[in-house]
Every structure is written in C-alpha cells, then in structure tokens.
Design a protein. Structure first.
Length: 232
C-alpha cells in the first residue's frame, strides 16, 4: 500500500484577493506562494517519490514543478485533479457568495449542493467533484503500487475542496462532513490506502517531516491496523 502525499497549491492571487478562482485561467502563485513551494520542495529533496501528479491549473503546476524537480521526477498532469467546477460562482468574491442561499447548503448539506450553471464556466455538484477526485487518487495509487511496490511514495497536487473530499472519503466520514476538514495553501496531508483499512497519517501539515512517511521496505502489506498503535 503506497503512501500518497496530498499537497494543496501555494498561496495564489485569488487567495489574496478573496475570490473563488475555480477554473479561471491565469491564477498564479503569489511571491508568498512561490516561497511556500520552494520551502516545501526542500523537504522533498532526496525523497524517493515515484510519481508527482498535478491539476492542470497554473497555481498547482507552479507548486508541483519544484517538488518534482527536488524529487527527480516529471510532473504528470491529470484533469481529474483540477478545481471544482463552480459554474456561475467562478471568480466571485467569497464575501458576496456567503450571502447566497446556496452557501448554507454548501456548508450544512454538501451532499446535495450543486453549483449554478453558467454560459462561460462548467458547473458540477460537490458529489460529482468528490467522486471524480477520489477515483483519480485511488487509480494513481493502484498504478504506483503495481509499478513501484507497496512501500512507494507519490504526490498529488490539487485544490482545497478536492483535498477535503479526499480526506473525508479516506476517513469514512463521507462528503456530508467534508467541511470539517481543512487544507491550507501549501499544506500536506498524508493517506495510506490498505486492502482492509485506510490510514490517515497527517492532515493539513504546514511543516512536515516528509521522511517519516516512507514505509520501511519490510513493512507488512496486510492492510491491518496495528493493535495498540504503532511502535514509532
């Protein structure tokens, strides 16, 4: 069972402006975001990363590039990791969206929330977004396991809501509770999928010691949890 490091892109111009960027083109990392990506890349140096997969949007690619370079691998782009399709909410100020009736549905009943259609921007539901990203992460995880073995590490660079949905599915809380999770810019969350259990190793870690997430080569592949907890 490989270990996936789930990385949110660094601080972007949309984060600074307080807008919901969605799939708007031309949203880049700020100076702060580039510094975050460079700092994170230093933690990836000499780490045996088998694959780095990224959303196709600029802010994710700009985060993934230094990580992949530090790990000595190429970036694989996967459209299924791109931002949620927010439809008519795309590009709008978050403070204005918070006044919309749909905002409460997104907060309190995300399983039923669907973003409004728009002539310019694609729209989808949070359920469609969650199913899409979870399937993509699990697909890449299976491919990494087949190619590099159960002790491999790999990286997915994506967006906040997608990371929250992935963590909610991994922990079994489901989309109904995905707003309980947090994914800050340049944070790392860590999941290991097993044949019987899925293990959350870290969430929203802003200064991770990534070396601690590499399983030893002789780690058991049963997928069982350790009774009593790990031995350290």
């Amino acid at each position: 069972m490989p270990t996936v490091l789930l990385v949110r892109h660094g601080h972007s111009s949309a984060n600074g402006d307080g807008v919901l960027a969605g799939r708007l083109p031309g949203i880049h990392l700020t100076d702060r975001g580039r510094e975050q990506a460079d700092q994170l890349a230093r933690r990836f140096r000499d780490l045996p990363v088998a694959r780095v997969v990224s959303s196709p949007l600029e802010r994710c690619l700009e985060t993934a590039a230094p990580l992949a370079a530090a790990a000595g691998v190429e970036v694989t782009v996967d459209d299924d990791l791109q931002e949620c399709a927010y439809g008519a909410w795309t590009g709008r100020a978050l403070k204005d969206l918070a006044q919309e009736p749909l905002w409460r549905t997104v907060q309190d009943d995300p399983e039923t929330a669907r973003f409004p259609d728009d002539d310019r921007y694609a729209a989808e539901s949070l359920r469609e977004m969650s199913d899409r990203v979870v399937a993509a992460v699990r697909r890449h995880d299976a491919e990494v396991a087949a190619a590099a073995g159960d002790s491999a590490l790999w990286v997915a660079v994506t967006h906040g809501d997608l990371l929250k949905a992935t963590l909610a599915e991994a922990t079994g809380s489901g989309l109904a509770r995905f707003q309980r999770y947090t994914a800050d810019p340049a944070s790392v969350s860590v999941v290991r999928y097993g044949s019987r259990q899925t293990f959350l190793l870290a969430a929203n870690d802003l200064a991770p010691d990534l070396s601690r997430f590499q399983p030893p080569p002789d780690a058991p592949a049963s997928g069982d949890a350790t009774v009593g907890g790990g031995a350290g």
